[in-house]
Ligand binder design. Sequence first.
Ligand code: DOR
Ligand code: ZN
Length: 454
Amino acid sequence: MGVDLIVKNGTIVSTAASYRGHVLVRDGRVLEIMVRDDLPPAREVIDAAGLHVLPGLIDPHVHFRVPGLEYKEDFDTGSQGAACGGITTVIDMPNVVPPTATVEAFQAKAAAARGRSYVDYGLYAVIVEGNSDQILPLADAGVVGYKIFLGETVGAIPAPQDGEIIDAWRIVAQTGLRCGVHAEDNGIILYLRKKLQAQGRTDPLAHLESRPAVAEAEAISRAILFAREAGSKLMIFHMSAAEGVELVRRGKDSGVDVMGETAPHYLIMEAEDMVRMGLGSLLKVNPPVRSREHAEALWRGLLDGTIEVIGTDHAPHTPEEKMAEQPMGDIWKALAGWPGVETNVPLMLTQVSAGRMSLNHYVKVQAEGAARAWNLWPRKGHLGRGADADITIVDLQREGVIDKDKLHSKSKVTPFHGFRVRGMPVYTIVRGHVVMKHGELYGDPIGELLRPIV
Ligand code: DOR
Ligand code: ZN
């Protein structure tokens, strides 16, 4: 039997080691990792000499906006950004129209994505007031997990009352799946927004003041309490604050299955950049980017295993919605978020180049962590024999500049425009299919819907 593809001569990077070797692929899976050089013939050979060969990188937090919000993004454009950004699997968020709160909505969303994605994808469902009867059927239908928006954000999907959350999570516990939360306390943030608006504040930092770290801490501690009570698995999405890191650390120590996710902007940006760099509304996101001290606490959490996942919160909006023409205008009028799926890997590899994290640890938080959290392991997240042949080949020496106009997303608005990067993806391979080669999209939209392994 022949070999379909060999990625040869690269430095293979796992969470534990880096070594020279060759990845052999057959039928979309890893057939073998060979260290010896007597390679068999193969239909296709990629010479990765001088390059690093990573397990396919996963972005477990994207908003591809289908159905209903295609004017912002869709699976074609979003997944093109993923492929060109070195991401082989995405997991898509449920704040679409209609929200992914029923099996019917899930099926409609899966149908809208089918045949359009360049990368593999999983879908989350949302838990709202009154849809607990959908939790088990949604698991049967194939969601990889659930989300609750504890604090108001784009899409304005309210959380159930606390008692109903606990009941819902008892049902989630039966599925073996995990529920993630957007952790900001609604009472605190709505009160503060009203107060700041009454004071006439419209400057960029008013948004940060309206969503303080204590609101995140309150929501995280509540979620951990409820997960303990219900015996369910928990993910804290896009952690932004030092207090939360400590809470998740203690939650883990106390035996709760709680995991943390953070995003590149919380690690490399600070709130003052809204003013100092004139980014204003371009850097508006929920939860907000905070001070350097918070960023340093997040780095410590990332390095000590408290935060196990990086997700981008890829959240595209139009230039008008982002107030791209007048970023220092009325901050309340701008929508939160920007497209991140394509810029993430270069930004994080730049941090690797700068010595903030090893490439092995990066593989842990950008591949293994999400695969384990969302029950895609051992099919995704590593390059072991029999795993899907999802491979991201990166060139750590390659330098570039992030250019908003080159993004594949429908949204060309990013606070990272003009950022210099060192370290870029050069091949993206999904189940043995090359979907990006030297920065250019390649091949066909072969991405498939992923079902969790439970
Ligand atoms: O900034 C954000 N944008 N935070 C969220 O929680 C949602 C997201 C969006 O959907 O635009
Ligand atoms: Zn969120």
